[in-house]
Design a protein around this ligand. Structure first.
Ligand code: AMP
Length: 383
């Protein structure tokens, strides 16, 4: 997810620049001012409450703002990211935004200030007032809006400077120049964002072979937890010894061990553009663990891709694999294959059901030749 807030005094050009950004980066636009004006037009209870405040150039209460932001965000769970215009406008609203981002398991990537002198703002708003029909685009109200900005909104800058997401652009330049600089800032930020793909599907659906190919093509690190556990056993490491005993007793490897391994792998590969996860998360608990792990690295899941293959095809594939050198210890025995399918259905299908609701979720027909499947995967990856 990419979340950006456009900041600056009234007349800085936030609305104008927003149009280009939302199209280019496919973000969901949230302009609190626009939402409030719509409420006023519809004469809703909220609109009636806000009307007098807006027409005098004051700021609407944080209580009203939190309601409209929360409604808009929760009504759009599939958004790729949000572009905020006119929010946060107070120090309290900055905290509100933090809370909402945590709830969405994401964060604000950039707060970009379109720095604009008051004289320029005044001039632009007076010009706009000739055609906008906005009740607050007249000189007396504009003066009060600028005053509110100075007193209540400017302190928000410090909040984000401290968090390291604050950027500034000279908003008095031409629309085109501001646009170019905004795009540069966003491009630079996109480079910092880890790209994390989760591959889901039954055993034999091709997650492994496709995952390795994906990782190679896009400069990602491939993380296959099953394989990682086997490697520890082969290395005969301390952890490997523990895992071996668990395997021998037919017990599951506890999440603590898997988490440690993944965390180590992520820390060791910070030079990579991101990660491809195969075989994790396997349970609902692990889906929360993955969110937490990625959050620790200031990141989140970018894409979840489910490879669909009919069950009979899966069995056929696994049987064929058992006759090759790619044969896994659990491929040889029918009862083990059945057990893995059951595990998938009991524990992993609930994770897939949860992910179905996410905007970053895609399904791909995995019942095609490897190259075709890979081409379809590439279409989903937006790197
Ligand atoms: P704008 O369209 O962003 O210029 O906003 C117009 C008016 O709506 C402002 O002058 C405020 O009265 C109100 N408003 C918009 N966003 C907020 C906000 N985040 N907090 C408080 N008041 C707001």
């Amino acid at each position: 997810m990419l979340n950006i807030a456009l900041f600056g005094p009234p007349g800085a050009g936030k609305g104008t620049q927003a149009q280009n950004i939302i199209e280019k980066y496919n973000l969901f636009y949230i302009s609190t001012g626009e939402i409030l004006r719509r409420e006023i037009q519809r004469e809703t209870e909220l609109g009636l409450k806000a009307q007098n405040i807006i027409s005098s150039g004051g700021l609407v209460s944080d209580e009203i703002i939190v309601q409209i932001i929360e409604n808009t965000i929760t009504q759009n769970p599939k958004a790729n990211g949000f572009l905020f215009d006119g929010f946060p406008r107070t120090y309290i609203q900055a905290y509100i935004l933090e809370g909402l981002m945590i709830k969405l398991n994401t964060k604000l990537n950039l707060l970009i200030n379109l720095e604009t002198p008051e004289s320029v703002s005044l001039q632009r708003l007076l010009l706009r007032g000739k055609s906008s029909g906005r009740m607050d685009d007249n000189s007396q109200v504009i003066k009060h809006r600028l005053e509110e900005y100075r007193n209540k909104t400017v302190p928000v800058i410090d909040f984000y400077k401290n968090k390291g997401v604050y950027k500034a652009v000279d908003g008095s330049q031409t629309i085109k120049n501001v646009q170019i600089q905004l795009e540069e800032l966003i491009k630079a930020e996109q480079k910092n964002i880890l790209y994390n793909v989760v591959l889901m599907g039954y055993p034999g659906s091709g997650r492994g072979s496709q995952g390795i190919k994906l990782a190679k093509k896009y400069g990602l690190e491939y993380i296959a937890t099953g394989q990682m556990l086997d490697q520890e056993i082969k290395k005969d490491s301390q952890l490997g010894k523990q895992i071996k005993i668990l395997y021998e007793n037919g017990e599951l490897v506890p999440d603590e061990i898997v988490v440690k391994l993944i965390e180590k792998k992520i820390s060791e590969n910070q030079n990579k553009k991101g990660f491809v996860f195969k075989g994790f998360p396997r349970t609902l608990v692990q889906s929360y663990i993955l969110d937490g792990l990625l959050q620790k690295f200031n990141s989140g899941i970018s894409k979840i891709i489910l490879l669909n293959v009919p069950n009979l095809k899966l069995i056929d594939r696994l049987a064929k694999r058992s006759k090759t050198d790619r044969c896994m210890p659990y491929d040889t025995d029918t009862s083990k294959i059945v057990k893995r399918f059951q595990e998938h259905e009991e524990k992993t299908l609930p994770v897939i059901r949860k992910y179905l609701e996410y905007s970053i979720f895609s399904e791909i027909d995995g019942d095609a030749n490897q190259d075709e499947v890979f081409e379809n995967l590439e279409k989903v990856i937006d790197l």
